[in-house]
Design a protein around this ligand. Structure first.
Ligand SMILES: *[C@@H]1O[C@H](CO)[C@@H](O)[C@H](O)[C@H]1NC(C)=O
Ligand SMILES: *[C@@H]1O[C@H](CO)[C@@H](O)[C@H](O)[C@H]1NC(C)=O
Ligand SMILES: *[C@@H]1O[C@H](CO)[C@@H](O)[C@H](O)[C@H]1NC(C)=O
Length: 346
């Protein structure tokens, strides 16, 4: 158990920042906009993990994903094989058994991270599924809807994938998640300025079905300092050195945490009527929003918290099958703070 800690400005900042965004499910790694050098110097001594008495995360009676979850990926644009592998193995790591990892890596696993997500239940008391599997994949190599997508054209991309003449993605509204990943030369509405990814559900009028989906973009060319932090740093913080990414691809290693963020929220709030904080369902603050930018014990404000460092100098905080990843923590509604598998007090 962590010591009980005072309410923190980070959560409040995140709440107020999110409240002014017009996007239902925005994600941005920086809780505060422009931390300055003083903030950064002081951050190391802060001792909190997003705990707050002011966070009233509530259940609004809608479904959560209690059936075995299958993640179907749409690779939009130009993707290299090694990039796909990093992301596929992350998803496969979510419900990997400890036996699947090598013995030196059984502590602090991606599966341990998912346990916090499994704490969320629906009206019947059923928990979110332990099982998250990789489903089918579709390549949209030739940018079917161009190199600049809007929120609505994203739904058209998903429609094309589920209605394709050859090998369409299966339609699975109860347990399927549709993950649209855009390559580093694709701009998506609000990318970089306000969001690094978002989730919602498709409209029957566009796609023909209500399917929970998320979009996450590779920010490597457009804004790595925003969306692939700490593997890249913003230009306004020249004093800061980027961390070495665990899989040698800052853009994709940065995407992994955003993908994790979106999958955790899709599982706990797939139709935007289950678990969120705030009064207004159009501006929900969800289980990963509450822990934005927190990767370890002590995290909050502009401090990421204590992470792990590999012998190769790479920064990460959890082990997957064969690989290491850096993934943000999620809100634990049982104890009322952010938790993760690398917490020092476990
Ligand atoms: C940096 O932030 C601290 C605390 O947030 C503030 O007191 C200080 O004035 C700021 N410094 C500059 C140069 O903006
Ligand atoms: C299911 O959720 C409840 C309530 O959060 C929790 O006490 C229980 O440990 C969860 N079960 C699993 C398998 O995670
Ligand atoms: C769910 O997944 C688990 C293991 O991943 C498997 O044992 C079980 O049979 C699956 N259940 C259903 C209903 O498919």
């Amino acid at each position: 158990m962590a010591p009980s800690v005072p309410p923190i400005p980070a959560t409040l900042l995140a709440l107020s920042l999110l409240a002014i965004l017009s996007l239902a499910t925005a994600y941005r790694p920086w809780p505060s906009t422009h931390p300055n050098a003083t903030d950064l110097a002081l951050a190391g001594s802060k001792k909190f993990e997003g705990s707050s008495d002011f966070v009233h995360l509530r259940y609004h009676m809608g479904p959560v994903l209690t059936n075995n979850i299958t993640v179907h990926i749409i690779w939009y644009g130009t993707w290299q094989k090694p990039q796909k592998k990093i992301i596929r193995e992350f998803i496969s790591s979510i419900s990997a058994s400890p036996a699947a990892s090598d013995p030196t890596r059984r502590r602090s696993t991606v599966a341990g991270w998912w346990k916090t997500v499994q704490l969320y239940t629906d009206q019947t008391g059923s928990n979110i599924s332990r099982s998250v599997a990789l489903g089918q994949e579709k390549n949209d190599r030739f940018y079917s809807h161009g190199k600049s997508l809007t929120r609505l054209s994203i739904q058209s991309v998903i429609k094309s994938a589920v209605t394709a003449k050859s090998q369409p993605l299966p339609i699975n509204p109860k347990s399927g998640l549709y993950l649209l990943l855009t390559s580093d030369d694709v701009y998506v509405q609000d990318f970089c300025g306000q969001v690094c990814g978002f989730h919602y559900f498709t409209f029957p009028s566009i796609v023909g079905y209500t399917l929970p989906y998320a979009w996450v973009g590779n920010s490597a060319k457009l804004c790595p300092g925003v969306c692939a932090y700490p593997f890249a740093v913003p230009a306004y913080m020249p004093q800061l050195k980027p961390a070495k990414s665990p899989n040698g691809d800052a853009g994709v290693d940065g995407m992994v945490s955003v993908i994790a963020h979106e999958i955790a929220e899709l599982a706990s709030n797939p139709l935007a009527n289950a678990w969120y904080a705030g009064q207004d369902p159009s501006f929900p603050v969800e289980i990963a929003d509450l822990c934005e930018g927190i990767y370890g014990t002590g995290g909050g404000g502009s401090y990421t918290g204590q992470m792990l460092e590999g012998r190769d100098g790479a920064t990460y905080n959890m082990n997957g099958i064969r690989r290491r990843y850096l993934v943000q923590w999620v809100w634990n509604h049982v104890v009322n703070y952010c938790t993760g598998p690398n917490a020092l007090d476990q």
